[in-house]
Design a protein around this ligand. Structure first.
Ligand code: PMP
Length: 323
């Protein structure tokens, strides 16, 4: 669906997946004026199809739009486009247990112009891709490496926006982590490099002395994950204490040494919960919960995936059925 200054968003169409034509001077290619989202459609046992908190994705898209000076996409319009697209492509939502349909809405500036200023012409697109079960058997813990050299975003930067530049900033460290045998990078704050922020495509949480502790969003440098929000709401509803605050990596190392760090887990749409098995900070390698998933992480995983696949009642009002 295009946006043109003076006309607004107009004429949405559904078309087969294929290449698109862009001017070599299209602004998105040079100055990174792009935003995106990621969510999934799930197949229930009765054959129906449902989305998990899609309104949150469109709200976040608009927060990213505002930061990138991209025109607002009315939430209702975005959702309507998504629902219509999925209704047409419903067969693409896998029937295999644990599989889902990944949905990628995105917006980019298409003006053919080499000066630096916000565009006047945009495209909003949604692409779909069936994705297999994330975990073949059990929830395998991931190994995370704390980045000490580079930073991904700073206070006042774009960390809270889901925009390509943030991911571009992370690629070098991701490659370094792989080289050292770690699959993910844990980012520290961009000023002092001592406060924990988030993982490449997940938020992070710690269970310290029975309390779920996760970095607060106040700095504006962390993505406001929808899985994070849901996990925290779920924990609060079950009476598990939750604290959203600034946490230094030193505090985590101290809690580990004191035997108080019982679980570390990532939250994100792709895996829902990723237990962390090893956390490497400089020369220190922390082995979490004997490299096994812990009870809080398991409860969050079971409940959120149960709600997503319609196996347990959605007492929170998170599900939007498509049929
Ligand atoms: N942080 C970053 C940088 C991400 O890319 C993602 C994935 N969208 C998340 C956190 C988790 O967000 P969500 O739970 O909405 O998928």
């Amino acid at each position: 669906m295009p946006y043109d200054e003076g006309q607004g968003w107009h004429d949405p169409v559904i078309m087969p997946y294929g290449d698109i034509t862009l001017s070599p001077s299209a602004m998105c290619l040079h100055y990174g004026q792009t935003v995106f989202e990621g969510l999934k459609a799930y197949r229930r046992a009765d054959g129906g199809v449902q989305l998990f908190r899609p309104d949150e994705n469109f709200k976040r898209l608009n927060r990213s739009n505002e930061r990138l000076v991209i025109p607002e996409l009315p939430e209702e319009l975005g959702l309507q486009c998504l629902k219509e697209l999925i209704s047409v492509e419903k067969d693409w939502v896998p029937h295999t247990e644990g599989a889902s349909l990944y949905i990628r809405p995105f917006i980019f500036a298409v003006d053919p112009f080499l000066g630096v200023h916000p565009g006047e012409h945009y495209l909003f697109m949604i692409i779909l891709s069936p994705s297999g079960p994330y975990y073949a058997s059990g929830l395998d813990p991931v190994n995370i490496y704390v980045e000490n050299k580079y930073v991904r975003t700073v206070r006042g930067g774009m960390g809270y926006a889901k925009t390509g530049g943030n991911y571009a900033a992370s690629l070098h460290s991701q490659a370094d982590a792989y080289e050292q045998g770690y699959s993910q990078v844990l980012w520290l704050d961009g000023v002092e490099q001592k406060y924990i922020e988030e993982v490449g495509a997940m938020n992070i949480a710690f269970v310290i002395d029975g309390e779920v502790v996760t970095p607060s969003l106040e700095t504006g440098s962390i993505l406001s994950g929808i899985t994070r929000k849901s996990a925290l709401e779920l924990c609060r509803s079950k009476g598990i204490p939750v604290s959203e605050r600034r946490i230094t990596i030193q505090e985590i190392a101290d809690a580990y040494d004191a035997g108080k760090l019982s679980e570390v887990f990532g939250t994100g749409t792709a895996a829902v919960i990723s237990p962390v098995g090893h956390l490497k900070w400089g020369d220190k390698v922390m082995t979490i919960n004997n490299n096994k998933i812990g009870p809080v992480s398991q409860m969050i995983y079971d409940t959120l995936t149960g709600i997503q696949w319609g196996k347990i009642p959605d007492e929170f009002g998170w599900i939007v059925p498509i049929d």
